[in-house]
Design a protein around this ligand. Structure first.
Ligand code: PLP
Length: 332
């Protein structure tokens, strides 16, 4: 079985619909603040089970959420096994970042180290990152702990679109979930981001923050993090195709990859991964590289010992798993 070549997740059957929508936008005289964004947000919210706000990218959504929680001068817990975006957003919001460790088996937040760091540093807020496309196995315990201790919780869902745990979707465990629509993600608009939350005050803040504080009498101090109509139109088309993209990846993982790779991330009962990555703990020649080559506590030179993050960086690999351009049935 030849490894799947890299392919951005886009189904050629959707080209006409994208063009149709883009023509509508072109002729609409409304290239921003329009109906396409409303429709995209409504459909994303319907999938996610709570209201959604479109952004220019994950980073814009993160800065908006962190601004709402007023983290300047506060401690923010952050996993080390993540993209630099996660700790940097907290750092640039004026917070002190404290790193915590991951589990080896899921690459995500370790409940034990999360609690140890929380007890030691009394954070105002914490990030959990759903690394690789599945949900962090400890997310429920961490969310319950945060609720009990009054710690606000942001889920970094950049990889997690399409994931599900007994019907519960990413972003619904903590206070807010932040998705990325960057070019390599499970679904993409080239660049883009989405925040989801059930908190009405936070929702208002997110909408205002992305638009120079509009809607708040300009009390919210921010710049421009809007999603334009072209991107929103594209996003709706991609989102509608997402269940099929994810189902294809899940079937390919189950039927083709799982029998070949026994030493892999194994999900708990009821959890479905969106398969942003297919992660194994055995060296492979055709790896697409690591999810992350270096943990963030190393990149940011934090003086802390996180053995599992270091272990994960050297002991996992990613088997190519991309949604192909051609009709899927011809590929397997
Ligand atoms: C875990 C994680 N968080 C955040 C981001 C940043 O997303 P964006 O590029 O949309 O700002 C990424 C990568 O793109 C990521 O992998």
């Amino acid at each position: 079985m030849a490894p799947l070549p890299f392919s951005i997740a886009f189904d050629p059957r959707d080209e006409e619909e994208v063009m149709r929508r883009w023509r509508l936008v072109l002729r609409s005289n409304k290239w921003s603040h329009g109906e396409q964004l409303e429709e995209f947000e409504q459909e994303w919210g319907a999938w996610n089970g709570m209201p959604a706000v479109g952004f220019d990218n994950w980073a814009g959504a993160a800065m908006a959420a962190l601004d709402f929680f007023q983290v300047r001068g506060q401690t923010v817990l952050c996993p080390s096994n993540t993209f630099l975006a996660t700790p940097r957003s907290a750092e640039l919001s004026g917070a002190k970042v404290v790193f915590y460790d991951c589990n080896r088996h899921d690459l995500c937040a370790s409940f034990e180290d999360f609690v140890a760091k929380a007890e030691a540093t009394r954070p105002a807020l914490a990030f959990v990152v759903h690394v690789g496309g599945h949900l962090a196995f400890d997310i429920r315990r961490i969310a319950a702990y945060c609720r009990e201790k009054g710690i606000r919780l942001i889920e970094d869902c950049a990889h997690a679109v399409g994931a599900d745990w007994n019907g519960q979707k990413p972003g619904g465990f903590g206070d807010v979930g932040l998705f990325s629509l960057y070019a390599t993600k499970t679904i993409s608009t080239g660049e883009g981001g989405v925040a989801v939350t059930a908190d009405q005050d936070l929702l208002k803040h997110l909408r205002s923050y992305r638009d120079y504080g509009r809607g708040s009498g300009y009390r919210v101090k921010s710049l421009n993090h809007r999603m334009d109509e072209f991107r929103a139109a594209f996003g709706t088309v991609q989102l509608r195709r997402m269940p099929e993209i994810v189902a294809w990846k899940q079937a390919y993982a189950r039927d083709v990859l799982d029998p070949l790779y026994p030493d892999r991330v194994r999900f708990p009962d009821g959890m479905a991964s969106g398969y942003y990555k297919y992660i194994v703990f055995q060296p492979i020649s055709n790896s697409t590289g690591k999810v992350y080559e270096q943990p963030c506590h190393r990149l940011m030179r934090a003086e802390t010992d996180l053995p599992n993050a270091d272990w994960v960086a050297t002991n996992h690999w990613c088997v190519p798993l991309y949604y192909p351009r051609e009709a899927q049935s011809e590929r397997i």
